[in-house]
Design a binder for this molecule. Structure first.
Ligand SMILES: O=C(O)Cc1cc(O)ccc1O
Ligand SMILES: [Fe+2]
Length: 455
């Protein structure tokens, strides 16, 4: 069945909730009742377990789903490595440098699909040890073939759509991800990215360890920031297409691309991987509309730490310390009295990768050579940064009436406790590094000190 044959209702009837136990069946009766693996699962389906944590992970962290499908995922010929890809070997070498970095918007790539348009920009750790993360930009000009699927064994992928719509078909159902929306595709889940409205571009973070959770709310109380009910998981949706020829020469081919230790492998199989008729469990892809974020801030004075804007957090083993926080800077009211309202100057033990989805960021000038949508910046461990000269002078002299910042804009940050290295592509080949970034931002900062006298 061509992918266009699914109705909007069939594709986008989401189940709402974060970290919930969900179940969904595209055909009534496909889910076994009171049983996970009956001798003969209903409707002649195969039962397949997909685990996202060790079987023995504590109950509150345990993530796994049962899939009831026409053929199990194991039914394919061996994977073969793909010769050279953008993700493959040369990009594995990371450069660790203390300089502040900023990139012009990354190019749209008219001929690539989501997989071939993924570029590793920076990272830390190692997927073989299940430690660390990878930071990507992607650009796609064409949809993935309806006879293809991609999965990553390396980690959960958080995708930030910046331009263009991603219509993502996963084994567990469909997710429509528009700019100002994000989604998370868990490790191992097979998916296919379609572009219903033309070229797409965005950012992604691959989490080699653990999973994203909602941040603690502490004294904020029981609601606020990203509310659990606003996360949306897909409903089961399947295609029936399995060649009677088995793996023979005339069999119809579905290409499965696997990302395994940052190297791509491929196999072809005679049956669609999108044959999951029903599923239940806690391990599933989900999306979230950033417009639903309940932004909280200071209503008295001083600029709070950006952790107040955390949407999702992937904890390390150190309490309160994230391997990756996904933080946004949405439109909000600033009312602080006697306060320098933009971010303060700082050096951070965490590394900060930032991107801009739309509009402008209040600490940096936009326009050519500035921080612009589709571009990015990296302030690594202890790399000093803060508002550029223009933003500083503007905020220093601003009248402190209540002001809405960031109207129609949204920046975001991937913040990590790890020092991140930058790829050759990011530093050189992409040709987007703003070589004058630091000089233009902070080289002209004025001295306001008047020998100890008040101004
Ligand atoms: O550097 C940045 O622009 C991100 C940031 C924002 C903020 O409000 C406080 C600290 C911080 O690192
Ligand atoms: Fe910062």
């Amino acid at each position: 069945m061509p992918v266009t044959n699914f109705s909007f209702q069939e594709k986008y009837q989401y189940q709402n909730g974060f970290d919930s136990y969900f179940e969904s069946e595209a055909v009534p009766g496909a889910l076994p009742v009171g049983h996970n693996s009956p001798q003969k699962p209903p409707l002649g389906l195969y039962a397949e377990k997909l685990s996202g944590t060790a079987f023995t992970a504590p109950r509150h962290e345990n993530k796994q789903s049962w899939l009831y499908r026409i053929l199990p995922a194991c039914s394919h010929p061996p994977f073969m490595p793909l010769a050279s890809t953008n993700i493959s070997s040369p990009e594995k070498k990371l450069h660790y440098i203390p300089n502040q970095l900023r990139w012009d918007p990354f190019d749209h790539l008219p001929d690539t699909d989501f997989v071939s348009g993924l570029r590793l920009l920076a990272g830390a750790g190692d997927p073989t040890l299940k430690q660390g993360l990878g930071i990507y930009v992607f650009a796609a000009g064409v949809s993935m073939s309806p006879q293809s699927a991609f999965y990553s064994a390396d980690g959960d992928l958080l995708i930030v759509a910046q331009e263009g719509v991603l219509d993502i078909r996963t084994e567990l159902g469909w997710l429509l991800v528009r700019p100002m929306e994000i989604c998370v595709i868990p490790r191992g889940v097979r998916y296919q990215v379609h572009l219903p409205s033309g070229p797409a571009r965005g950012y992604a973070l691959e989490l080699y360890q653990g999973h994203f959770s909602l941040p603690e709310l502490g004294p904020i109380g029981s609601n606020g920031l990203a509310n659990a009910r606003d996360f949306q998981a897909p409903v089961a949706s399947f295609t029936e297409d399995h060649s009677e020829e088995g793996n023979g020469e005339n069999a119809k081919k579905y290409t499965i691309t696997a990302k395994f230790n940052n190297t791509l492998f491929q196999t072809t199989q005679p049956h669609t991987p999108f044959d999951v008729v029903a599923w239940h469990g806690t391990y599933y892809p989900y999306k979230y509309d950033l417009g639903r974020f309940n932004t909280i801030g200071s209503v008295s004075f001083d600029h709070p730490d950006p952790s107040i804007f955390t949407v999702l957090s992937a904890p390390s083993s150190v309490p309160g310390t994230a391997v990756a926080d996904f933080v946004i800077f949405p439109p909000r009211w600033l009312v602080g009295e006697d306060t320098f309202r933009p971010p303060w100057y700082h050096r951070n033990t965490m590394s900060e990768f930032m991107g801009l989805i739309c509009g402008a960021y209040d600490a940096k000038k936009g326009g050519s050579g500035g921080f612009v949508p589709g571009g990015a910046s990296l302030h690594n461990v202890m790399s000093g940064h803060g508002p550029d000269m223009e933003s500083y002078e503007g905020a220093r002299n601003a009248e402190l009436k209540p002001a809405k910042v960031g109207g129609g804009s949204c920046a975001f940050m991937f913040e990590s406790c790890l020092m991140v290295g930058v790829t050759e592509w990011a530093l050189d080949k992409c040709d987007k590094v703003q070589t004058e970034y630091s000089e233009h931002s902070w080289g002209g900062l004025k001295v306001h000190w008047k020998g100890g006298q008040e101004e």
